[in-house]
Write a protein that binds this ligand. Structure first.
Ligand code: ADP
Ligand code: MG
Length: 248
């Protein structure tokens, strides 16, 4: 089948069940290079499951997920690893290694995978930490940082792998309100660098501002899709309207 190579991610006929529970029911969409796709929708609708399928964290699905034209389900283990490395993922829980310093958290994977020398990885980590205002915390341990600081480090740790796409699953949902802004600010600056991003979020102002395309996911379906202006201001979809009325 012909594939548009401009699509960094393409999802075709994706279905997934946990036992008898159909969680993803025929999902189709694509993410183009540099595009920011925001996924919104009620809890339990399948947003996290979808993100996990995108980078094959969970490969137990039917249908196709393509990364730059390569069908993830048909790759060798080695080829799959190479693709997965190009997709950074940031979770609600920051999952930093508790026994490693901030710097070690960031340099660990690129050095271990021999993507860079240790000296290069350290220089790169300091560069990235400066960009998120945390270079003075390089020697600190995660538990001494605030939630917002930990999440900024988690983003930097993903970026240190030089991904081509960044996937975010509710990156600010576990944060105290006063820390949400600093993380969204980092994501906004990342967006301006041209990074391709897929973001699950409940931050509706941020979604409207950053998105090129918004997917409304409900009960395992992409129930509505369009520009932020369409989705937030003009959609006549009953479920979209009901959801937005509750959260905005
Ligand atoms: P969302 O991120 O939109 O809140 P999820 O993708 O987490 O939705 O969940 C979608 C559905 O899949 C829910 O009904 C949830 O209970 C179910 N689910 C998610 N993960 C698992 C799992 N590991 N085992 C069984 N059911 C799961
Ligand atoms: Mg979720």
């Amino acid at each position: 089948m012909l594939t548009n190579t401009e699509n960094i991610i393409e999802v075709r006929g994706l279905k997934k069940a946990f036992d008898q529970n159909m969680v993803l029911k025929d999902i189709n969409f694509a993410v183009k290079k540099e595009e920011k796709v925001v996924i919104i929708g009620p809890s339990g609708g399948g947003k996290s499951t979808l993100l996990r399928c995108l980078n094959h964290l969970d490969g137990n699905y039917t249908g196709d997920v393509l990364f730059k034209g390569q069908n993830l389900g048909q790759l060798s283990k080695k080829e799959l690893q190479l693709c997965r490395r190009k997709m950074g993922m940031v979770f609600q829980q920051f999952n930093l290694f508790p026994h490693k310093s901030v710097l070690e958290n960031i340099t660990f994977a690129p050095v271990k995978l021999k993507l860079m020398s240790e000296a290069e990885a350290i220089a790169n980590a300091h560069d990235l930490l400066k960009q998120v205002g945390l270079d003075e915390k390089a020697k600190a341990y995660p538990q001494s940082l605030s939630g917002g600081q930990q999440q900024r480090v988690a983003i930097v740790r993903s970026l240190a792998m030089q991904p081509e796409v960044m996937l975010f699953d509710e990156p600010t949902s576990a944060l105290d309100p006063e820390m949400v802004g600093e993380v969204l600010g980092v994501m906004e600056r990342l967006a301006k660098t041209g990074m391709t991003m897929v973001i699950v979020t409940h931050e509706m102002d941020f979604a409207q501002q950053i998105a090129d395309k918004v997917l409304f996911m409900d009960n395992g379906h992409v129930a509505d899709i369009g520009t932020p202006d369409y989705l937030f201001n003009h959609s006549k979809n009953f479920r979209t309207r009901t959801f937005l009325a509750k959260v905005m």
